[in-house]
Design a protein around this ligand. Structure first.
Ligand SMILES: [Zn+2]
Length: 263
């Protein structure tokens, strides 16, 4: 088998805590899932997760220069909120990635993971005047719960952090206007599920606008009550642990297809 870029990266299994290793494997899986769906952007965009046992002060980001499909548990780069790289790595982290992800994680102690993409549908949605239209079931998950952050250029200015935090507020999903999509969550799997649903909504909205027909509008009461149904379902599904969000199934498929993300 030909050598890959990550073959030279020594495994961190057994060298970091079991909790950190589990987070690394799950975060690497998240990158691979995004690649599998075609939602990656060469070496651009980022997904981050806090390192357990560091009082929330350290997080993992992708090694800048690797495709998402190449990312492994051991290749993820550990950094702190001052941008210091805390482990030896052959790859740097991206400045804009650091700004966006450190803002979300620092501003929201309840959040363990954040994801950002540049998909065609996400970028299209982000550049159209107006908000996500609450006219189908999936969009109602985000009814009155989607934030918007105006574009300020490539996000390498630390001053933008406070504005990113202000605009995200207490929501777990945000449109980075003229740029792309962002989700965050209490764990890696919920951040993935949210990204999946927001991406689908972006695709639907673009299709709706292209179709150009008369749209069936929903009443405010129905939008609000369906949003509440989503919240109740999320809570009750959580009691079944891993079975109902598709995460374990996705991981099983990935382990079968290409288990190298667990290196
Ligand atoms: Zn971006």
């Amino acid at each position: 088998m030909p050598a890959t870029a990550v073959d030279t990266i020594p495994s961190l299994k057994g060298k970091v805590s079991p909790e950190e290793w589990q987070t690394r494997v799950e975060l690497a899986a998240f990158y691979r899932l995004v690649a599998q769906h075609g939602w990656d952007d060469l070496v651009g965009t980022h997904i981050s997760a806090r390192v357990p046992g560091t009082e929330g002060k350290e997080f993992l980001l992708n090694p800048y220069g690797l495709l998402f499909d190449e990312i492994t548990a051991s290749s993820l780069v550990k950094i702190d909120f001052d941008g210091n790289v805390l482990q030896e790595s052959a790859y740097p982290v991206n400045a804009a990635g650091f700004t966006i992800h450190s803002s979300v994680l620092a501003g929201r102690p309840d959040v363990e993971c954040a994801a950002h993409t540049h998909t065609v549908a996400g970028m299209a949605l982000s550049a159209v005047e107006g908000t996500l239209r609450p006219v189908h079931q999936k969009a109602l998950r985000f009814y009155n719960a989607l934030s918007y952050h105006p574009y300020e250029g490539i996000a390498d200015d630390p001053d933008e952090c406070a504005r990113l935090q202000r605009d995200l507020g207490q929501n777990d999903a945000m449109v980075l206007e003229n740029h792309g999509l962002l989700t965050c969550g209490r764990n890696i799997r919920s951040t993935w599920a949210l990204l999946y649903n927001l991406e689908k909504c972006a695709q639907v909205q673009i299709a709706l606008e292209a179709a150009g027909g008369e749209i069936i509008e929903l009443s405010d009461d129905l939008k609000q009550s369906t949003y509440a149904q989503f919240q109740r379902t999320l809570k009750s599904n959580a009691s079944f642990g891993s079975k109902l969000d598709g995460w374990e199934s996705s991981l099983r498929l990935m382990k079968k297809a290409d288990p190298s993300f667990m290196h």
